[in-house]
Design a protein around this ligand. Structure first.
Ligand SMILES: [Ca+2]
Ligand SMILES: [Ca+2]
Length: 463
């Protein structure tokens, strides 16, 4: 979750700004006259024809305060083909339904889970990102190119209800929800405190905190045929789930949701403790963002101490449940040496995610595409750290019936070189990043000398 005090300020500034601006122009949407590469069906989900999720790299397809005005789905639509071609296998969208702040909301203050930009409420018909048709057109197009589409599910809290007398608190609370979609009316008993208990594992700010113990809430969120989960899967076309602020409710909620509707699932458990992250993935039976890796990379690349990469991370504990990332919409602290951090997550275990702004605006797209290719084609098998000190890090991916790789990361201001033990005997190898022009032959005992430029990285595998 974003700090809402900050976001309110942004909303205010955006409003003032938008009063002085022409309406943002809507980008042309790509025609659908495109080769049907993966023969995805119209209504998606869990369909055959999509790339196996985790075989490639995830794209977080938004950032905090993307342009308002209902154009974002169209913007994404123009990019999905390029992303798929580059080796992206899934896109993570911001919350798609109408929220309290209507046309300005980034979606994390959900009001009507079934208004995708089609009902005039909360100050607009479209969401900040666009209309329902623009959303489903984009999702269908993403499916055409084999991309899985991941929904951002915000079910800890709601926002935008009317005030009502609350028999559990004895006062008035903003818990009377009357969505124009006509689906999932809510009232005091669906929130904490209520007849079940006074609270769950966490609340966010002052938002009404949904009670997942209520049968009615479970029915509307994931159990019934017309639940949020099934509607998003079957009608809108989502293939997977990113659960927001999962510290705010018990992990069985995610487990039940996933068992009911399937699909890749990842939780935002914002905690650097590997044991806690590992516990959550086990109970929720879902992946988690690897915040441990994030903070160790911050120590390594911002703190200029690559020894931090020796420490434990979720991907080392449980690689199949770790979604690694360098930046997201809430936190962007690895400012210096950011491409080195990407060279780390895109050569190591775990399912890496790339942040939209890093890919489209901030970093060199060609360098990132190269790393995505390396991830998808070379980065297989278990990991062995070959060397680490303050400013040098060398690791080997040991391969699965394939080559694997050796990655050499250099945070010093000088060229470095080092003898390392590879997977290969008497084999010509090269640096697939092109940063080094060396093409050495490994010795019979698999040792070879490799090099790396200053503040850079190299990735070695058979030529
Ligand atoms: Ca629009
Ligand atoms: Ca909660």
């Amino acid at each position: 979750m974003k700090n809402f005090k900050t976001s309110y300020l942004w909303i205010l500034l955006l409003f003032i700004f938008s009063c002085n601006q022409e309406q943002l122009s809507i980008e042309e949407v790509n025609s659908t006259e495109q080769p049907n590469l993966y023969s995805a069906s119209h209504q998606s989900s869990l369909t055959t024809g999509l790339k196996p999720i985790g075989s490639g790299v995830m794209m977080q397809a938004f950032y905090w305060d993307v342009p308002a005005g209902g154009t974002w789905w169209n913007t994404i639509n123009t990019k999905v083909q390029d992303w798929s071609d580059a080796g992206i296998d899934a896109i993570w969208l911001p919350p798609v339904s109408k929220a309290q702040n209507g046309p300005f909301s980034m979606g994390y203050d959900p009001f009507d889970y079934f208004d995708f930009g089609e009902y005039n409420q909360m100050g607009s018909i479209e969401t900040r990102f666009g209309s329902r048709t623009e959303l489903t057109t984009m999702i269908d197009n993403a499916h055409q190119y084999g991309l899985n589409v991941i929904a951002d599910i915000v079910i800890n809290h709601n926002s935008g209800g009317d005030s009502e007398a609350n028999p559990y608190t004895g006062g008035n609370t903003w818990t009377d929800f009357n969505p124009l979609s006509g689906n999932f009316y809510r009232s005091a008993t669906d929130f904490h405190e209520n007849n079940v208990h006074s609270n769950d594992s966490g609340a966010f700010g002052g938002f009404p905190d949904l009670c997942h113990h209520q049968t009615y809430v479970q029915d509307w969120l994931w159990k019934n045929a017309n639940s949020v989960a099934k509607y998003y899967r079957d009608i809108i076309g989502f293939d997977g789930w990113r659960f927001d602020y999962v510290k705010g409710f018990e992990p069985w909620v995610v487990k039940e949701w996933k068992n009911e509707v399937g699909g890749f699932s990842v939780g935002e458990y914002w905690d650097s403790n590997v044991s806690t992250l590992d516990w959550w993935t086990g109970v929720a039976e879902a992946s988690a963002f690897d915040f441990a890796c994030y903070y160790k990379m911050k120590d390594a690349f911002v703190g200029n101490n690559l020894n931090a990469l020796n420490d434990n991370m979720l991907w080392k504990q449980n690689a199949s449940k770790a979604v690694t990332f360098v930046t997201n919409h809430d936190t962007d602290e690895i400012i210096t040496n950011k491409i080195l951090a990407y060279s780390y997550i895109l050569t190591h275990e775990g399912y890496p995610a790339i942040f939209y702004k890093d890919y489209e605006e901030w970093l060199n797209k060609e360098r990132l595409n190269n790393l995505v290719w390396i991830h998808n084609n070379l980065a297989s098998g278990t990991t062995t750290i070959l060397h680490v000190d303050d400013d040098e890090y060398v690791a080997r991916r040991n391969g699965n019936n394939g080559s694997g790789l050796v990655v050499y990361i250099n945070n010093s201001n000088n060229w470095q070189e080092r003898w390392v033990e590879t997977n290969w005997s008497n084999t010509l190898i090269k640096d697939y990043t092109g940063h080094s022009s060396w093409q050495p032959v490994t010795q019979g005992g698999k040792w070879v000398k490799i090099q790396v430029p200053p503040k850079s990285y190299s990735v070695w595998a058979p030529n």
